[in-house]
Design a protein around this ligand. Structure first.
Ligand SMILES: C[S@@+](CC[C@H](N)C(=O)[O-])C[C@H]1O[C@@H](n2cnc3c(N)ncnc32)[C@H](O)[C@@H]1O
Length: 182
């Protein structure tokens, strides 16, 4: 059976460059932040966003335990990414939805997710990529999936290639959008 976590990482990995700058748009408990930190190496840098102080605390502990020093943790919405990230990025990761084991009422929302993705695309360097994991098992997640797809379908494919990866006979399973700048 397909391993969705492995698929997610395999899709974005080719865009992550050692020494590059990347963004974790949904920090959560920091597992993706740590993975990105290792992938860009000591010379690279990770900017990570979350709106919950609890997420920053657990991510900070995880990074400290693992000696990861190349991350900037930001307590703000990912839709404000351009206020903090002023350089081109080679990759960005969105794991939408709510914090596993946390408050399910605090979830990513269409009104902030869409601008964050648009800004993320503007920040991409040539050959950069964004990976967006959507969780359609809840109402806002279904809405996010539909509206992200509509938005991405409007980009000129000669400049930005937008793909979707989905298990067709499992409608509530997570699925992915990959956005690649040529
Ligand atoms: C599915 S979790 C992310 C899991 C995380 N990547 C990990 O490795 O543990 C989604 C996270 O997005 C955060 N979030 C919700 N709205 C946000 C926003 N506007 N900006 C940044 N983060 C947001 C939630 O607080 C939650 O921690």
């Amino acid at each position: 059976m397909i391993d969705l976590l492995a698929l997610e990482k395999s899709l974005i990995s080719p865009h992550i460059k050692a020494g590059g700058t990347v963004v974790d748009f949904t920090m959560g408990n920091g597992h993706d932040t740590l993975w990105l930190s290792r992938a860009v190496g000591e010379e690279g840098h990770v900017f990570a966003f979350d709106i919950q102080a609890q997420a920053l605390e657990s991510t900070r502990s995880l990074l400290d335990e693992n000696g990861a020093k190349n991350c900037t943790l930001i307590l703000d919405s990912h839709s404000n990414v351009c206020q903090y990230v002023k350089e081109p990025i080679c990759a960005g990761l969105f794991n939408l939805g709510f914090l596993p084991g946390g408050d399910k009422s605090i979830t990513t929302l269409v009104k902030t997710t869409l601008p964050a993705i648009r800004y993320g695309i503007e920040l991409l360097c040539d050959d950069g990529g964004l990976l967006i994991a959507v969780y359609p098992g809840h109402e806002e997640g279904t809405r996010e999936g539909e509206q992200i797809e509509q938005m991405l379908a409007e980009y000129d494919r000669r400049k930005i290639c937008c793909s979707k990866f989905k298990i067709v006979n499992s409608p509530s399973s997570p699925f992915f959008f990959l956005v690649e700048k040529k």
